[in-house]
Write a protein that binds this ligand. Sequence first.
Ligand SMILES: C[S@@+](CC[C@H](N)C(=O)[O-])C[C@H]1O[C@@H](n2cnc3c(N)ncnc32)[C@H](O)[C@@H]1O
Length: 276
Amino acid sequence: MSNPTVGSGVNPAELLDRQYRDSKKLEARANLHRRYGRSDEPDWFVWIAQQANLPEGAKVLDIGCGPGWLWEAGKAGFPSELDLTLADFSAGMVEAAVEAANAAGHYARVEGVVADVSLLPFADASFDAVLACHMLYHVPDASLALKELRRVLRPGGIVAVTTNAEGNMAPLYALGAAAFGGAPSDPAADIFGLNRAKALMEALFDEVVMTSVAGDLNVTSAEDLVLALTSFPPGQDADDAAVAHLYELTKAAMVAGGGAIHIPKVSGMVRGLAPR
Ligand SMILES: C[S@@+](CC[C@H](N)C(=O)[O-])C[C@H]1O[C@@H](n2cnc3c(N)ncnc32)[C@H](O)[C@@H]1O
């Protein structure tokens, strides 16, 4: 399960430049989930695909597609013959996503578009389904962005939004706050947590349903945890002394935990239908 987080108050140009020019920082956070999740947990991307429950042959927009991991790692959960438009405000992400989706060899058509979720360059009612996975906590006005998703959906079309639950990965963020200051909580969930996503979507869509999946990380490498916590603000701007402090705190927490830091996590999806 990915857990990408960025603090609030970041302007879009800085967000693009410092976070998402390419997938390196996202990779540092995803690495924790890949290496330290339980082996019996469902694959996050297959889970998204199953929950989204897209019809065969649908015309689909994935906005904030990132490097397209969903379309490669999740392909077992998607019907074949989807017509994909992979969009992101980072050209580097769009390029990577198109490559990943083509490599999957599972889709009828794959197109990449550089686009901002708040002002989509698509006609009204042009998609059967729109996905916005772990990205609406980046926008200044999530409700406005959701209205854009509704505008480009045909009546009855599917909207599926993923994000982190409030309280997600608390021990990780407590360590970050102890070293760098700031809130001891997941900034993505603070801004656009699952419950808020559901409330906003209930105002705009029909048949809104929230589902979630819980998991656990048992992180045994202080280096990997430090890399994740320095991949977004405030850790990405921390000086050497603060990073060394985080490293010491992490090592101490690991010793106290018998060699691992246990981090419970919860993320999920809110799915709905555009009004008919
Ligand atoms: C945390 S990543 C999620 C990537 C992918 N959806 C996933 O779940 O793996 C957030 C993505 O949203 C993109 N993004 C952020 N703000 C955006 C905006 N206003 N419009 C379009 N894309 C945006 C970023 O460039 C990044 O690729």
